[in-house]
Write a protein of this length. Structure first.
Length: 111
């Protein structure tokens, strides 16, 4: 995949779209830039999890997990589903998984 090329003959609409995309990308990266939020996304890559499951997987308190889930939900990265008193979360789309694969390749894959 090639990166876009900037040129002096780009229209104002094209430049506005580039700025809009840069803002969206920046907000996405800020949302996952916290290790707790990144770990939540890593766990959700394998499928939907309840808040309680995430607390156990992260060895974290409910308040901390809920705070991070709230930020991820605000940024549109996760989607909640209520079942009785339990709330389950899943990834909203494929973007977090795709980015986590790149992060894994760059930082985690010792091969």
């Amino acid at each position: 995949m090639a990166l876009p090329q900037f040129s002096t003959d780009m229209s104002e609409e094209e430049l506005d779209k580039i700025v809009e995309n840069a803002t969206d990308a920046s907000n996405f990266l800020k949302a996952i830039s916290h290790e707790g939020r990144m770990m939540i996304l890593c766990h959700l890559v394998t499928g939907e999890k309840s808040v309680t499951e995430l607390e156990e997987l992260l060895s974290a308190r409910q308040a901390a997990v809920s705070q991070q889930l709230s930020r991820l939900r605000l940024e549109g990265l996760v989607v909640p589903r209520r079942e009785g008193k339990a709330i389950f979360y899943r990834l909203a789309d494929d973007k977090p998984r795709r980015l986590l694969e790149v992060v894994y390749d760059l930082f985690c894959d010792a091969g």
